[in-house]
Design a protein around this ligand. Structure first.
Ligand code: 8ID
Ligand code: ZN
Ligand code: ZN
Length: 352
């Protein structure tokens, strides 16, 4: 199998953080010896892409500029560098946030590649999936089974993997209560489904039009609307008869993150996933000691987490709650995301 590769393509690029998002003709990149070239068909739009575009995290990790964002890309391998192993032209491949790492440090050695100091990030330090042709490190690119719907699988590549790993980090057992703060967003709507598939009971916190319906469609059991409920910790403690055994924080709200330390059950785990710019998680020390709960961070997942998260999807245990929009509409999608108006995940079609 071989593909004709054009010299130019469409993509969305910006030249400075928060600057104009330009949908235009861009050169098709050439894969390095260790890279595959993917004809990206669809890409999920993660809130991380909006943080990157706004420069929210630039003090922590410098942003590549100019930048083509996107890190939930699904497409077809159309070319590859000379040292690539394990891929064939025509295979389906996924672009993830972690595009590469040194594979040599103590973190990489143990499979904690996302913690590598030399991590290369798609749509942040490496041009990502908001273009029709993107390069990806052959070791980190995700293998997508033949016949998979590429629009539906796209959000699994970041949102799915991340929440699956975060749920593992909470160390729950079947029957435990897990609270998901931000339950009807891109990560939250998948977290609810993974949690249910893993045997947990889900209480979801979110607010706004249609969020309760989406949460219940995803298998959630008890919904709390943060725009209506005055005392969220009390409401979670009541719904779970003593507090959630685990909390997955996927909201983009500093206040909601700190509140989760008030409704976690004794000996439970608060997992931090959402990263509002400059946020602090405030936990009362007396409460944390006397209730002996943990606060843990969770950052995407490794290659095994990716394979396992994709397997849940392939078996139909989780479905992507997607709306498909043209790539050229990315500025409007970011605006709706910033205004908290999206339900589930938007996936962009790179052909439009
Ligand atoms: O590896 C990681 N740690 C990782 C991976 C991927 C994404 C972290 N993230 C981060 C993103 O950078 C972002 O900060 O997770 C966060 C959520 O990403 P997302 O799910 O892609 O965002 P979204 O679709 O906009 O969903 C956010 C939801 O939070 C709700 C919103 O209504 C929305 O449904 N929410 C907000 I904002 N404030 C809330 C509050 N106070 C709230 N829900 C409950 N209480
Ligand atoms: Zn993401
Ligand atoms: Zn490393």
């Amino acid at each position: 199998m071989s593909f004709e590769i054009p010299k130019t393509q469409k993509g969305v690029i910006f030249y400075e953080a928060g600057g104009k998002l330009e949908y235009k003709d861009l050169p098709v990149p050439t894969p390095k010896p260790n890279e595959i070239l993917i004809n990206v068909k669809y890409s999920g739009v993660c809130h991380t892409d909006l943080h990157a575009y706004k420069g929210d995290w630039a003090d922590h990790v410098p942003l590549k500029l100019p930048l083509i964002g996107g890190h939930e890309g699904a497409g077809v391998v159309v070319a590859m560098g000379a040292s690539v192993k394990g891929w064939k032209i025509g295979d389906l491949a996924g672009i993830k946030w972690l595009n590469g790492s040194c594979m040599n440090c103590e973190y990489c050695e143990l499979g904690n590649e996302s913690n590598c100091k030399h991590a290369d990030l798609s749509g942040y330090t490496h041009d990502g999936s908001f273009q029709q042709y993107a390069t990806a490190d052959a070791v980190q690119a995700a293998k997508i089974p033949k016949g998979t719907d590429l629009a539906e699988v796209a959000p699994i590549l970041c949102a799915g993997v991340t929440v699956y790993k975060a749920l593992k980090t909470a160390e729950l057992i079947a029957g435990d209560w897990v609270a998901i703060s931000g339950a009807a967003g891109g990560l939250g709507s998948l977290a609810t489904q993974y949690a249910k598939a893993m045997g947990y009971r889900v209480v979801g916190i979110d607010g706004g039009e249609g969020k309760k319906e989406l949460f219940e469609k995803c298998g959630g059991e008890y919904f709390i609307d943060y725009t209506k409920e005055k005392d969220i910790p009390a409401a979670v403690v009541k719904a779970t008869n003593g507090g959630a055994h685990g909390v997955i924080n996927v909201s983009v709200s500093e206040k909601a993150i700190s509140a989760s330390t008030e409704y976690v059950r004794a000996n439970g785990t608060v997992v931090l996933v959402g990263m509002p710019s400059g946020a602090k998680c405030i936990s009362d020390v007396f409460d944390q000691v006397s209730k002996s709960f943990k606060v843990a961070g969770s950052y995407v997942g490794n290659r095994a987490d990716t394979r396992q998260a994709l397997d849940f999807f392939a078996r139909g245990l989780v479905r992507s709650p997607i709306t498909i929009e043209p790539l050229s509409d990315l500025p409007e999608i970011y605006q709706k995301m910033a205004d908290n108006k999206l339900l589930g995940r938007v996936v962009v079609d790179t052909s439009k």
